[in-house]
Design a protein around this ligand. Sequence first.
Ligand code: ARG
Length: 291
Amino acid sequence: MTTITQDTFLMCAPEHFEVAYIINPWMEGNVAHGDRLTAQGQWQELVHALRSVARVDCMPSAAGVPDMVFTANGGLVLDDKVILSAFKHVERQAEEAHFAAWFAARGLQVLRMPAGLPFEGAGDALLDRGSELLWLGHGHRSDIGCAAVIADMLEIEVQPLKLADPRFYHLDTCFCPLQGGYLLYYPSAFDAAAQERIAARVPAHKRYAVTQQDALSFACNAVNSGKHVFLNQASPALCAQLERWGYTVQQIALTEFMKAGGAAKCLTLKMNEPRTLHSGSGHVVEATAAL
Ligand code: ARG
């Protein structure tokens, strides 16, 4: 018997959202230049679109943590466990207690990174093909040392990818695994070793290198549920590629959130990653190992 479960995404309303500090290049020049009403409207559009195919749970927003709308950064969820984020920048560290309380109230086992290892959750840690593989972006926010800890805690294979362009400071800004083993990514955001690693692991016909223009429109920052893809903006060529792979694409303008360096995927945290045990779990592939 097959059980079909609907995806659940955690979101946090932008009642307190603003660009109040600068911790990534997108925020430069945007401090106090946001329009919260427009942000609220754009966020509602995303909720509305997602609710047509999935469930959306909302956590309470709070004053003093304007980036908490980016729930992807709350932690990494797998089964009934969550590895809580340990934010690199002090500006976001107060979010940790809010996320911890919400996860615990939901009945998840809340695991923590050892002290001194920054980790920014599902902004940098992306599951692929169910839970067969976890890609970990490092170099800007999350520490490479997290790879071994995650492999151990979740008994999963972790593939580290070094990020090389400050505009793409979280893995989910430039890399998007899709259901079925497909991948959208922006190769120039990665160092040469990471590009080789991706090419070795994802067959050419299943990966698509987006243009710089699509990358800068945060097309890789897409939410995927089943055969549906939701994103800020994508070129006709990218939409056509996704359609050839069998996805429907919905574009929802999220320009207010891009002023803070985030778009669709950053605004969501998938809560129900299904566990499929497999051989080869529980190890990190060394960055220097032959592929
Ligand atoms: N201003 C936030 C930061 O720099 C944006 C986070 C975007 N989140 C994401 N998952 N990429 O931390």
